[in-house]
Write a protein that binds this ligand. Structure first.
Ligand code: AMP
Ligand code: ZN
Length: 150
């Protein structure tokens, strides 16, 4: 019996359990990493917690640390062996952000010079006041979360 929470209908839980095959590139007690079946670029890896947590907001603190450590290892291996010059780490959270699989995960996407993957467009704030007011409002809401060690 797994010490991690499981959702029996979740595709990533099935991959972690080995009931659906995957091309594993890394695993430890907390984390499982495998090739994305529809890669953005060659070597695109998904890094997932073994436990079923729907989004980044549901992760226990220690699991977040384990995921970042695993991403560092995977990204280092990609740079060494895939010949990529860089990488993006992306986590889609909730439907508006494009999350399709509700088992929290990170994409580690190898990047190559001239790979043609375009950057997100950068917008502008109306003025400095708007930017500072927004920062204050987010900061107020972030403070209690910091105290709860989220
Ligand atoms: P998202 O939830 O939008 O961050 O993306 C989920 C990702 O999971 C997509 O990039 C899919 O290609 C990938 N994916 C879904 N099923 C599998 C699978 N069985 N093996 C590997 N990757 C998968
Ligand atoms: Zn799951």
């Amino acid at each position: 019996m797994s010490k991690h929470p499981v959702d029996e209908n979740c595709i990533f839980c099935k991959i972690v359990a080995g009931t659906i095959p995957s091309a594993c590139v890394y695993e430890d007690e907390e984390v499982y990493a495998f090739l994305d079946v529809n890669p953005i670029s060659r070597g695109h890896v998904l890094v997932v917690p073994r436990g079923h947590y729907r989004t980044l907001l549901n992760l226990p603190a220690g699991t977040g640390e384990a995921l970042v450590s695993a991403m560092r290892v995977v990204a280092g291996a990609l740079m060494e062996h895939c010949g990529c010059g860089g990488f993006n780490c992306i986590s889609n959270n909730f439907s508006p952000a494009g999350q399709l699989v509700f088992h929290s995960h990170w994409h580690v996407v190898p990047r190559f010079d001239g790979d043609g993957l375009s950057a997100w467009p950068g917008g502008k704030y109306k003025d400095d006041t708007e930017m500072r007011q927004l920062a204050e409002s987010i900061k107020e809401r972030a403070a209690p979360a910091r105290r709860r060690n989220l």
